[in-house]
Design a binder for this molecule. Structure first.
Ligand code: ZN
Length: 248
């Protein structure tokens, strides 16, 4: 991959698409390829994909060291993700500044729970009803081009309470037809890394073909991408500091 571009790796457990013919119809190549195909058409972004069943889940040292932004989709196989791979991803984020975008049911992924330190449990119901996502931080780069709100005609409901630490910023709040609300777009900082949790994406609806959803993911890629700056030494170890002024 080349110099100045943002290098994105889209990770997907890639199981529903192979097991459920209904999901295969929506995502013949998998959710990861649908997202990668969109991002690869955008200026300054180069995207590769990785899946659970590849060696090291496709997240080798070479791939992780060349990844600025990791996008994570998982649902039925969170437990099959190796703990040592999760630790490597955790340190790439907190010490290396890699950005992470956590999609939908990846709220229960090992990496998100490791970064949050809470259960990340929530209320849910698969009823195929409408969701309206309100922009509550209109100045935030992740909301660029979205307008006051956008709607998804058919989706799974996620409701509060969502057991996460208080986000640094909330970009979207969802309303559902059943009356629930949910913090659907949440920003966090952990060490040098930025994290964005984005709710839409249940596998039985064509949500990653929705242009607004994809636009938000693109905006989030640009926001969580690392800021190029010299290494911050105290990220790696505590430092005994010599005074800059003469203290005598
Ligand atoms: Zn779901």
């Amino acid at each position: 991959m080349t110099g100045k571009n943002i290098h994105v790796t889209v990770w997907n457990e890639f199981l529903h698409e192979k097991k459920d013919p209904y999901v295969t119809k929506i995502y013949p190549e998998g959710i990861h390829e649908a997202i990668a195909e969109y991002l690869n058409k955008k200026p300054g972004i180069e995207t590769r994909t990785a899946t659970l069943e590849k060696p090291e889940h496709g997240l080798t040292d070479d791939v992780l060291n060349d990844t600025d932004v990791l996008i994570w989709w998982g649902h039925m196989a969170h437990d099959r993700v190796r703990d040592d791979v999760v630790e490597k991803v955790y340190h790439r984020i907190t010490c290396g500044g890699m950005g992470l975008i956590v999609l939908h049911s990846a709220h229960h992924s090992k990496i998100f729970k490791r970064l949050m330190g809470t259960s990340c449990n929530l209320r849910w119901r698969e009823d195929g009803q409408r969701e309206r996502l309100w922009v509550v931080s209109p100045w935030h780069p992740i909301a660029e081009g979205v307008g006051d709100y956008f709607e998804i005609e058919q989706t799974e409901m996620y409701g509060e309470f969502f057991d996460i630490p208080k986000p640094d910023e909330i970009v979207f709040i969802s309303w559902f037809k059943g009356g629930e609300v949910f913090r659907s777009g949440c920003c966090f900082h952990r060490g040098q890394g930025k994290i964005f949790y984005f709710r839409p994406g249940h596998e039985t609806y064509p949500i990653y073909h929705n242009r607004t959803v994809l636009r938000v993911i693109e905006n989030a890629v640009r926001w969580v991408a690392p800021v190029r700056r010299p290494e911050t030494p105290t990220i790696l170890r505590a430092i005994h500091a010599k005074p800059l002024e003469d203290l005598k």
